[in-house]
Every structure is written in structure tokens, then in C-alpha cells.
Design a protein around this ligand. Structure first.
Ligand code: PMP
Length: 402
């Protein structure tokens, strides 16, 4: 019956009508959008388009109200306060914001990041630490298991405050990390914990206040929303102490010849014209997602993942790299065929869309001893028949090579 639910969900997504043969299994890269989300975007521009916070005319008031309602909607979605929600372009920008602001603040002496992180949660810390003379500590964890003891040992060597930034669900393999435990370890050792929620938030209900993470970053486009809008959520007392990232209009209080004071939260971190439509449409995407029982959606995606593992593991020469408890993602490679060729043939011969490559996790792939993987990733509109098509598609591609 969960499969029937997914079938009915699929009917809400126009792309599957326009491409009836498409088996879309590249959801970890970006998800498709339901009609309500697509319509909300044009409705904003038809009915309510104006810049926010700047004018007193009624259209600007309407746009401002919608934008601030979207902020509240997101706050209720992840259980934070509205002032703690900052709109960004996506996870990447949220993490760059934090890396710059922490570096400028002088509040920490080192950045600690696991090597299995997505490049978006690795390169900013690595590069910005160089600019500001902050210590950068890559932590080698294999990503199939996340060893708490090893993390604890590393944190014990740190004498000064630090930032620890980690994903909740890895994008290359689909490993759910035990971040709840790690938050505690980080706090016990005097650090700030940042959660990269780009993969996790689309799949699980999240309680920002309850988990105790200091910051959370995620992207709208991986959870039915538009591209170019994302979120940074941060504890108010820490956000207040951090300096702004971008400077410009909207984020100021008073501007003097020599110095400027900044606006209160969250506006201090929202310089310039924002993606107002994006924020409003993201709220619509959340409305869509929360129409369903999210536990059921999660169970369905887990069932698809387990079914895919079982289906494709019997294919000769195919190696599965995802851990046995992966969620939403199965990454694999064939002993004799490059994953780009396999992905291309899956698309060309069978209409199955999977990703191939290093998945923005070059260090992780290096640790696994592989240069390139195929990744099938599932979302709420995928059905068991899609997995069958994947397995048949792989077999067909292999015959093509034989
Ligand atoms: N972190 C993880 C775990 C991701 O999967 C992604 C997107 N692939 C990002 C960060 C970056 O997100 P965005 O490209 O939306 O900024």
C-alpha cells in the first residue's frame, strides 16, 4: 500500500507525464517538483511580486508578509524560532557563511571535518581556514561505520573552542550518521556542532531545538522546492555573536562614514535582494511534504533501497559500495565497465536516470579505492517498478557490452 501511495504521489508531478518512460533515480542530486510548487512560483510573480522590507506600498507589504510567513513555516517545519531561520541560496552558501563568520569572529581555533563530507562541507572549511590562519583538521572516518570512539579521541586533543561540521546522511553512499551522539561529544569538548542536512532533511522529520545542534544547513531543491533557495538555522545566542558574512543593503541598521551597525536577526545575514519567490515556494513544498505521514514516506524509501540492494546484488560483477543500512541511496560499480558508460547506457537504452562520478566526495571515494560510482537515489514518488527497471536496465547495458 505504500507503493500505491507513491504511485498516487507520482501523479502530482508533471514531469512524469511529459516523460512517461522516465525512471528518475537521481534524487540525491535534485528532486522533481509537484504541480502545486510549480504553480506557486508563477502565482507569486503574477500576483505578489515586489521587493520586500523596502517600501510601504501594498504590493511590497504583501510580498513581505508572504516572505515572513515562509520563514515561520520553515521554523515550524524544523522546530526553531523564526529569528533563527536565515534564507540562503542553498547548503553550500549556508556553510560558506558559517565558515567565514566563525573565522572572522575569532571564537574558534580550529575546524574539524570528516573526510567523507560532500565537497560543499569540506572545501569551505579547508580554504577559509587558510585565509584566517585557523587550524584545519580532516578526520578520516570510513563512512560505512562512524566510529564514536575515534571522534572522541580526536576531540580530546583539542584545547580550544572549535567547529565540528558533519552531514546527517552521506550523499555518496547514503549512510545515516549518529550525529545526535556526536553533538553531545562536541559540546562536552567545547565545540560548536554544524549539521549538513542537505540529504537528511528531505528524508526525516527534524527537531532543531530537540537535537541540540548549533546550526543546520539544507537546500530547497532536494526536497521538492526550487533551486537557488536554502536555509541556515542557527541558535540565536550564537548567531548574535557571529559577524555578518555578506555586507550590503537590508542587513544594516545605521551606516556612518567610517562604520556601520547591523540589523537584528535574521536580517543581519540576509544582505541584498533575496530569493523571495524561492522562500515562498519552499514553504509550499513543505506543505506538500507534510500532507503525508513522513514516517510512511521514510519507510517506503527504505523499502525501495533494500529492494534495490537485493535486486542488483545478484548481478554478476556488480559491487555495491553503500553500507548495508543505507537509506535512499545505493551506490555501485561494475568490475569491467566504467560507471559513466553504465549510467549513459541506463539512460539511453532504458530511460533510467542515475548519477555517475565522484559525487562531490573525492576523498571518500579515494578511501574506498574507487574513482567513480553509479548512484541510484530514491524519493517519495519512486515505486518498486522503478527498481525493477533499474535492475533490468543494468542487465541490458551489460549485454550491450558483452
Ligand atoms: N551537502 C550534501 C550532503 C549534499 O548532498 C549536497 C548536494 N549534493 C550539498 C551539501 C550541497 O548542496 P547545494 O548544492 O544545494 O548547495
Amino acid at each position: 500500500e505504500l507503493n500505491d501511495l507513491a504511485k498516487s504521489i507520482k501523479r502530482d508531478f508533471p514531469i512524469f507525464e511529459i516523460h512517461p518512460g522516465l525512471v528518475y533515480l537521481d534524487n540525491a542530486a535534485t528532486t522533481q517538483k509537484p504541480a502545486s510548487v510549480i504553480e506557486r512560483q508563477s502565482r507569486f510573480y503574477d500576483h505578489s511580486n515586489a521587493n520586500v522590507h523596502r517600501a510601504v506600498h501594498s504590493l511590497a507589504e504583501e510580498a513581505t508578509d508572504l516572505y515572513e510567513q515562509a520563514r515561520q513555516r520553515i521554523a515550524s517545519f524544523i522546530n526553531s524560532r523564526s529569528e533563527e531561520v536565515i534564507f540562503t541560496r542553498g547548503t553550500t552558501e549556508s556553510i560558506n557563511l558559517l565558515a567565514y563568520s566563525f573565522a572572522k569572529s575569532g571564537m574558534v581555533k580550529s575546524f574539524v571535518v570528516p573526510t567523507f563530507e560532500h565537497h560543499s562541507n569540506y572545501v569551505p572549511w579547508q580554504q577559509i581556514s587558510k585565509i584566517f590562519g585557523i587550524k584545519f583538521l580532516p578526520l578520516r572516518l570510513d563512512g560505512l561505520e562512524v566510529p564514536l570512539e575515534k571522534i572522541k579521541e580526536s576531540l580530546e586533543t583539542l584545547k580550544d573552542p572549535f567547529v565540528f561540521s558533519m552531514t546527517g546522511l552521506t550523499n555518496a553512499l547514503g549512510k545515516r550518521t549518529p550525529f545526535e551522539e556526536i553533538v553531545k561529544l562536541v559540546h562536552e569538548h567545547g565545540g560548536y556542532f554544524i549539521l549538513d542536512g542537505a540529504q537528511l532533511i528531505p528524508h526525516e522529520p527534524f527537531d532543531f531545538a530537540g537535537t541540540g545542534v548549533d546550526f543546520l544547513a539544507f537546500s530547497g531543491h532536494k526536497m521538492l522546492g526550487p533551486m537557488g533557495i536554502g536555509v541556515l538555522v542557527g541558535k540565536e545566542e550564537i548567531l548574535k555573536r557571529l559577524p555578518p558574512f555578506l555586507y550590503g543593503g537590508e542587513m544594516i541598521d545605521r551606516v556612518g562614514m567610517e562604520d556601520t551597525s547591523f540589523a537584528p536577526l535574521p536580517y543581519k545575514f540576509e544582505a541584498g535582494t533575496q530569493n523571495v519567490a524561492g522562500a515562498i515556494v519552499l514553504a509550499t513544498a513543505i506543505d506538500y511534504l507534510e500532507k503525508f505521514d513522513r514516517e510512511e514516506l521514510k519507510n517506503h524509501i527504505q523499502n525501495l533501497t533494500d529492494y534495490a540492494r537485493e535486486k542488483i546484488s545478484s548481478i554478476d560483477g556488480l559491487r555495491i559500495y553503500s553500507p548495508s543500512d543505507s537509506h535512499g541511496i545505493i551506490s555501485f560499480a561494475h568490475d569491467n565497465i566504467h560507471s559513466h558508460d553504465l549510467a549513459e547506457l541506463l539512460s539511453r537504452l532504458s530511460g533510467v536516470a542515475v548519477r555517475s562520478g565522484h559525487h562531490c566526495a573525492q576523498l571518500q571515494l579515494k578511501e574506498l579505492g574507487v574513482v567513480s560510482l553509479c548512484r541510484a537515489s530514491f524519493y517519495i514518488y519512486n515505486v518498486f517498478e522503478d527498481v525493477d527497471r533499474l535492475a533490468e536496465g543494468i542487465r541490458k547495458a551489460l549485454r550491450w557490452f558483452a
